[in-house]
Ligand binder design. Structure first.
Ligand code: XMP
Length: 513
């Protein structure tokens, strides 16, 4: 299958480039800058990403351009453009002031294949400290802004382009067109990558790969594991056994409702209520990382005990998606939270791993889910952390505190689903993720009727995001917040105050623990 290779020089927007290429129904792979796949006959073009480094930084990432130049069409974005220009004899210098934000392409070579269909004055988004002050011999400038002379260039007679702006970001209004011109017009993509073709090929591949074997899969209620289960079930039917563990920290009624959904979808699913065990092991534990470790360990043990009952199982399937696997260049190398919960299955079971979604981005997983006929409420569910409400209760966890949080969260989430905005979309669908947090280590005074109360606050969190790497707090309407606050305080015993979290990520994270 045709593919575009995106070489990652460490930019925050590299994944976004990948997403945009996929939106053009073209397969692409994001690889570390120094891992170009030699001799892959499917490669039709290469994109070099931006980078936090300047070409002059001693630790700046460099590649041997000779390995790709002349063999594939190349598009350098920001650092990618500066790196090629610098390496091939041009001059890159610190810009007099950092070139950041919206600018307009005042001059554009509209005959250049990269700018087919562009409008004069088209808005672009810049974000760089260096700028290309002179181009290598044989390169010519094909677009400029008021302050950036060489905003885009092409090497004479070569399939090699550089743009100093970011076509992948929303603020570059014709950015998708530019990428289409490159991917489809220049590289010749036939745009054969679609949810329907993905389902057909994957079901076929799964049948080949799995033969008559039995497969087990852990369902979490989330989109990824559910879509993976549907795909595998379409390929091998009831030879797939799904295990859905209730650790007791799911949302209100979630275990019951989602289990019912799974059964209606025809999945062969075993529901295991293990909440008592988790509560017992978590009693008195307040440290967030300790909570995660206990939940991770218990989860594996419960899951394994069920998995062992599936006689002759040969495969473990997982809903791993592409962003979980991209070997991105983590420049700082620091771990903020220990996330993902999958780990150690018993060696004696000798299970092989089956990950049918490992090439997909989240929005593609949703498109595949729709293609498979899954109900919208399952597909559009917000992400939910593996350790569940445990990381949304500050302090130790008790069944009573979980009950309080489940009630408050349920009022909040139902209200988000019911609130329809002017454009016809619900607030729930407009935000990336939302949830309530019980500040069980805090108490404040209130008054109800004639009674003094001394109870816990609940914080509400809602964020907008595209990938959870960065997030902004959602600007929910005041009337909505007022109603939810009233409903929670009036109906949830144990809560006498509601706050709204107005922190972005970074510096805050999405979950409080
Ligand atoms: P943070 O809190 O790091 O979260 O901004 C980013 C995204 O990851 C989810 N999250 C988790 N998911 N296990 C998971 O499977 C975890 O321990 C975990 N912690 C956070 C979080 O809900 C958000 O979508």
């Amino acid at each position: 299958m045709q593919k575009i290779i995106i070489l990652d020089f460490g930019s925050q927007t590299t994944q976004l480039i990948g997403r945009r290429v996929r939106e053009l129904d073209t397969f692409c792979e994001i690889l570390p800058y120094n891992k170009f796949p030699q001799d892959d006959p499917d490669v039709i073009g290469v994109i070099l990403s931006g980078s936090p480094f300047s070409v002059y930084d001693p630790e700046a990432f460099k590649i041997d351009l000779a390995a790709i130049r002349g063999r594939y069409p190349i598009l350098g974005i920001c650092y990618g453009a500066q790196f090629m220009s610098h390496t091939l004899g041009g001059r890159v210098e610190p810009a007099p002031s950092r070139e950041y934000g919206r600018q307009h392409l005042d001059t554009i070579d509209l005959h250049n294949p990269l700018f087919q269909g562009f409008e004069p004055g088209s808005q672009v988004w810049m974000s760089h400290g260096d700028t290309i002050t002179s181009l290598p011999a044989g390169f010519h400038c094909i677009a400029s802004t008021a302050t950036v002379q060489n905003a885009a260039y092409q090497a004479e007679g070569e399939q090699l382009w550089g743009v100093q702006f970011h076509p992948e970001v929303f603020h570059t209004t014709q950015g998708t067109l530019l990428l289409r011109n490159f991917v489809v017009g220049i590289c010749g993509s036939t745009q054969g990558w679609s949810p329907a073709s993905f389902v057909d090929t994957t079901v076929h591949e799964l049948q080949q790969q799995l033969g008559d074997d039995k497969v087990i899969l852990g369902l979490s209620g989330g989109v990824d594991s559910s879509v993976a289960a549907m795909l595998i079930s379409r390929a091998i039917g009831n030879r797939l056994t799904c295990i859905f563990v209730d650790h007791g920290m799911l949302r209100k009624n979630e275990f019951r409702d989602v289990l019912h959904d799974y059964e209606c979808l025809g999945l062969n699913v075993i529901g295991v209520d293990a909440s008592e065990r988790f509560y017992a092991d978590l009693a008195g534990v307040t440290d967030p990382e300790q909570k995660r470790k206990i939940i991770g360990r218990d989860f594996i043990e419960v899951f394994n005990a069920e998995a062992r009952k599936v006689e002759g199982a040969r495969w473990l399937a997982q809903g791993t998606i592409y962003p979980d696997r991209i070997e991105s260049l983590n420049i700082t190398g620091k771990v903020i939270k220990s996330h993902h919960n999958v780990g150690g299955l018993p060696k004696d079971m000798q299970l092989q791993l089956c990950e049918p979604l490992k090439w997909l981005f989240k929005d593609e997983v949703r498109r595949v889910g729709r293609q498979l006929g899954m109900p919208e409420h399952l597909i559009s569910r917000h992400p939910f952390p593996g350790p569940g409400l445990a990381v949304r209760i500050l302090g130790d966890i008790t069944p009573e505190r979980i009950r309080i949080l489940q009630e408050a969260d349920d009022i909040y989430i139902r209200a988000l689903r019911q609130y329809v905005c002017d454009d016809g979309e619900t607030l729930y669908n407009k935000v990336w993720q939302a949830g309530a947090i019980l500040l069980a280590t805090v108490r404040s005074v209130g008054v109800m009727g004639d009674e003094r109360t001394y109870e816990h606050p609940v914080a509400l969190r809602a964020v907008t995001s595209t990938d959870a790497m960065t997030a902004d707090w959602a600007h929910l309407p005041y009337d909505f917040l007022a109603n939810v606050s009233n409903d929670i305080i009036n109906h949830v015993r144990g809560v006498n105050r509601v706050c709204y979290d107005i922190s972005s990520k970074p510096p805050a994270t999405i979950e409080w623990e």
